[in-house]
Design a protein around this ligand. Structure first.
Ligand SMILES: *Cc1c(COP(=O)(O)O)cnc(C)c1O
Length: 409
């Protein structure tokens, strides 16, 4: 039970954060002190089921023992060398990730830290590939992206966002991007011309509300890219690494992109780790000095990410994404007509539209918080459910029961 003193401590902690930090987020009023598996505990001692999982950065849950011990062992050895030198985790990490991808014998890996850096890396690689390999005249390359995308927060990336909150007042914008509606294969194919070097897409649009494209869309994009000699870049930063019940969301359509962008879960919820994965004829265009990062591919990051790859190699987490996801979707679909207007998603990842006459997404999140479930709203009336893949069926059922209570008032 929460004491008055604990509750006061929580109120003070919220006020302190509010006063001393830039207001670039609007967090729910909870101050987390501990996490284990799918559950977290706040500074008042209340427990919550984490149904956001750090936007999929916590696919393996909080403090997965295998990942924690990999980090601890590496902390006792060496943590940073810079890329000026090699270290003993670097080659093995790149090889193991390449092997997991199934891209084949000529796959290459470029490790970075954040997802946005992986996207920036892909943009640079695609442009250089366009000039050096495809023969596009210098500085004329364009990249096709989808409306309502989310690829990160840098000035170049927000240049091709269609979200006014992400974009307005942050110009001037980087040119070279063409925006087409998501899921419309004809619009995408029509937009390809001689200057097109790449198509950059999320296989499922996460921040947009967990939008799954129509069947055949990704396969059609693959086919169009191959036909026009254009790189297909799959941003799997949120959709990849088990979330949808597969290692990569593109697998659901049997598609292999030219570049995979990975992040979030690759760092095991411990350190930021991102990576670009591609064949050597694509990533091989980079020469020494043209791109890099001080922390990218550091020993601690590589040790943790190797342990992540090891977990994924078992297939256990992809299976959990599928099986727990079936329960989640079956239960959420049962709420359609009872305060829910639509449920989308794949695997252990759902976007739920709440009847706006009932409450906003934010209000639903606040009420779920009081009921012991952490979720996050997006775009007004959508709430996302994406618990760690280590969640139990009972936990999933319990969370949906709490959601049903909230909707019932
Ligand atoms: C989160 C996310 C990013 C950006 O990752 P950061 O680590 O926050 O920079 C890029 N693409 C997608 C699809 C994401 O979900």
């Amino acid at each position: 039970m929460t004491s008055i003193m604990e509750h006061l401590a929580s109120t003070a902690a919220i006020a302190e954060a509010e006063r001393w930090t830039a207001h670039n987020y609007h967090p729910l009023p909870v101050v987390i002190a501990e996490g284990s598996g799918a559950w977290v505990t706040d500074i008042e001692g209340n427990r919550y089921l984490d149904c956001l999982a750090g936007y999929s950065a916590l696919n393996f849950g909080h403090r997965h023992p295998t990942l924690i011990s990999a980090a601890q062992e590496q902390l006792n050895r060496v943590t940073l060398t810079s890329r000026a030198f090699l270290h003993d985790q670097f080659g093995p990490f790149c090889r193991e990730l390449a092997e997991l991808s199934g891209l084949g014998d000529d796959a290459m890996v470029l490790p970075m830290n954040t997802g946005a850096e992986a996207v920036e890396t892909a943009i640079k690689v695609a442009r250089k590939w366009g000039y050096k390999t495809k023969g596009v005249p210098r500085d004329e390359a364009t990249i096709i992206v989808a409306a309502n995308n989310f690829h990160g927060r840098t000035t170049t990336i927000i240049s091709f966002s269609t979200d006014p909150e992400a974009r307005a007042d942050f110009g001037p914008y980087t040119p070279g991007f063409v925006i087409v509606p998501y899921g419309d294969l004809d619009a995408l194919t029509d937009a390809i011309d001689a200057s097109t070097v790449a198509v950059l897409l999320e296989p499922i649009q996460g921040e947009a509300g967990v939008l799954v494209p129509p069947d055949g869309y990704l396969a059609g994009v693959r086919e169009a890219c191959t036909r026009h000699n254009v790189l297909f870049i799959a941003d799997e930063i949120q959709s990849g690494l088990g979330r949808t019940g597969a290692t990569f969301a593109v697998e659901h359509e049997g598609v292999t992109p030219d570049m995979y962008l990975l992040g979030k879960a690759l760092g095991g919820g411990i350190v930021p780790v991102s990576a670009v994965l591609a064949r050597s004829d694509v990533l091989g265009v980079l020469r020494p000095g043209e791109h890099g990062s001080t922390f990218g591919g550091n020993p601690l990051a590589c040790a943790v990410a190797r342990a992540v790859v090891g977990l994924l190699r078992t297939g256990e987490f992809q299976r959990a994404g599928r099986d727990r996801g079936d329960v989640l979707h079956r239960r959420l679909n049962g709420l359609v007509g009872h305060g829910v207007t639509a449920v989308r998603g794949r695997g252990l990842w759902a976007g739920v539209d709440i009847d706006p006459a009932l409450m906003t997404g934010r209000q639903a999140c606040e009420r779920l918080l009081r009921a012991g479930v952490l979720v996050k709203d997006t775009h007004g009336s959508t709430v996302r459910f994406a618990p760690p893949l280590v969640v139990s069926d009972d936990d999933v059922n319990w969370a949906v029961d709490r959601f049903a209570d909230v909707l019932a008032g």
